[in-house]
Design a protein around this ligand. Structure first.
Ligand SMILES: Cc1ncc(COP(=O)(O)O)c(C=O)c1O
Length: 408
């Protein structure tokens, strides 16, 4: 098709959406790889493992069932909603019913459905930063206004009730709470979650709690119990939506299954929205998700052990680079070091002054990709995913170290 259509035909609301910066870095790294360059990529926010075999087998079986060849209820297969109910009680202790669950095309879609369902134009949403850019874009698309609460490593990137209180206004509709966090890997403890939850309940605002990384918490001995906001602060339950999914825990990012848990009337309204957009999520993927939730958790445990080993490795290697400081994240699979001390130096004739420029310089010169902090509204920092092999961590961070040592 000719690309001659004027750009002003794009609606203002869609034209205003910023492209996903995390995917952009990953795309550049992949393009360099395709061009034959030996790039080490720390950009992607997804497990590097294949989906466990018992889940794949369940999907293969589901392909042969004609029920799965046709439309099914938009809100999700009853088997999956029941599996979510059982899994939620098992992992966090939250008691829900199938009517509290809406299955979405991944957790990102669940965030979208929740924001479109709850926000009116002009509603303010408190969003602690550094934050995953998708939240801000979805809030704006839904007509809301993100109110950013900035945090840094001095509080381990955690927002306090005092900071949240300052961001509160008569227009505040919701708080977005994420633990473990993308991009910082920060994990709030039970006391901190209870304090924030109590504050939310007192103010009467809504809370969207994104618990997609619930099982990727280190320095604990077992996978469960996971900390969930409506369990830490039961008074939030009536105005709480929980986001979760199979993507990160079970290495299933490509299957696109997530869900939203909330009060029945919110779920019904979001179901209505999805029934006029996506209809049901692919049935084969839903049956794979059932197998994931009901199946043996030993593969999850072993992936978690591997991430934990890589977490320690990447932290120690990053801290060995002159100028880099790095908080020790307790969850997800990201580290979020400060690269401020690397700015303003000259690397083979190039002098980056922002982490965005530094990321480009390091990609060009050392063939190492990471996501600059600008993508998370946190210039000066960078996100490295350690869902990559130990040898790639050693090689990639080693290359960065050599470039920095030659240049500083
Ligand atoms: C905090 C958080 N929530 C949700 C998602 C999206 O997950 P899904 O792949 O299930 O859409 C991500 C993915 O990076 C994430 O980091």
């Amino acid at each position: 098709m000719e690309d001659s259509i004027p750009t002003n035909v794009i609606s203002a609301k869609v034209a205003a959406i910023a492209p996903s910066a995390t995917l952009a870095v990953d795309a550049k790294a992949k393009a360099l790889k395709v061009a034959g360059e030996n790039v080490i990529g720390f950009g992607a926010g997804e497990p590097d493992f294949p989906t466990p075999e018992h889940i794949v087998q369940a999907a293969i079986k589901a392909c042969s069932n004609p029920r799965n060849h046709h439309y099914t209820p938009t809100s999700g297969l009853l088997e999956l909603k029941e599996a979510v109910v059982a899994k939620t009680a098992r992992d966090s202790g939250l008691q829900i019913k199938p009517a509290n669950v809406l299955v979405s095309a991944g957790a990102k879609h669940a965030v979208y459905s929740a924001c479109m369902t709850l926000l009116d134009p002009g509603d303010e949403v408190i969003l602690p930063g550094p934050y995953w850019g998708t939240y801000a874009e979805i809030i704006s698309l839904a007509g809301g206004i993100p109110k950013i609460v900035h945090t840094d490593e001095s509080s381990s990137f955690k927002a306090t009730v005092e900071q949240l209180e300052k961001a509160l206004s008569p227009h505040t509709k919701m708080l977005i709470f994420v633990s473990p966090s993308n991009p910082t890997g920060t994990v709030y403890d039970q006391k901190e979650m209870t304090e924030i939850g109590k504050w939310v309940a007192e103010t009467g605002i809504w809370i969207l709690t994104d618990e997609i990384y619930e099982h990727l918490v280190y320095e604990t001995t077992s996978l469960a119990p996971c900390l969930s906001m409506p369990v830490c602060a039961p008074e939030t339950t009536d105005r709480c939506v929980v986001i979760n999914g199979v993507s990160k825990t079970y290495a299933m990012t490509g299957w696109r299954v997530g869900w939203l848990i909330g009060p029945e009337n919110v779920i019904k309204a979001a179901d209505n929205l999805q029934s006029n957009s996506t209809s049901n999520i692919a049935n084969v993927s839903q049956m794979a998700a059932v197998a994931a939730l009901e199946g043996d958790m030993s593969s999850v445990e072993s992936m978690r052990d591997t991430y934990n080993r890589r977490r320690k490795l990447i932290i120690s290697l990053l801290k060995d680079i002159p100028g880099i400081t790095c908080m020790e994240p307790k969850g997800a699979f990201y580290v979020f070091p400060s690269l401020k001390a690397l700015l303003g130096h000259t690397y083979n004739g190039v002098t980056p002054t922002t982490t965005l420029e530094l990321a480009e310089t390091i990609l060009d010169q050392a063939k190492v990709a990471f996501v600059p902090g600008e993508a998370f509204d946190a210039p000066g920092y960078a996100r490295f995913s350690y869902a990559v092999s130990d040898s790639d961590i050693e090689e990639g961070i080693g290359r960065m170290k050599r470039l920095v040592e030659e240049s500083i």
